[in-house]
Design a protein around this ligand. Sequence first.
Ligand SMILES: [Zn+2]
Length: 137
Amino acid sequence: MAEVQAKPVPVPDGISRPYWEGANLGVFRYQRCGACGKAQFYARSVCVHCQATDLQWHKAAGTGRIASFSVIHRAPIASFAADTPYVLALVDLDEGLRFMCNVLRCDPAQVRIGMPVRVCFELRPGSEQRIPQVEPA
Ligand SMILES: [Zn+2]
C-alpha cells in the first residue's frame, strides 16, 4: 500500500512570517495600510488598495461570517480524503478582510452563507504549524 502524502505545510517567508507566527500563538494577524486605512489579506509588501508600503500588523478579533463556501466530497490529494466531506469557505472577518479556510466542528449540511463564525487554529499533523480555520460562533 502506498504511503499517503502529508498535508501541505506553509513555508513562512519574510512577508508572511508574522501571520504564521501569530497563528502558532493563537492570534489571527493581518495587515492594515497606514496611508488609506484599509485591511488586506494575504500579507504583501505593498497595499493592494493604494500601493503604499506603510503596512502594519494588527490582531483580528477572530469573528466574522461565511461569504461563500463549497462542500468538498472528493479530496484534491489523498491526505485530505479522510476529512471528506469537508467545507472550504471564504470568510469575511469583521476587520474588513476575506480569507479562505475550512469550517471545522460543523456538519457541512449546516453551513450557510452569512453564518457567524470565529477563528480557531488547527495543528497541521507532522509539523509545528497551526493553520487558521473557523468554527461556528
Ligand atoms: Zn493603502
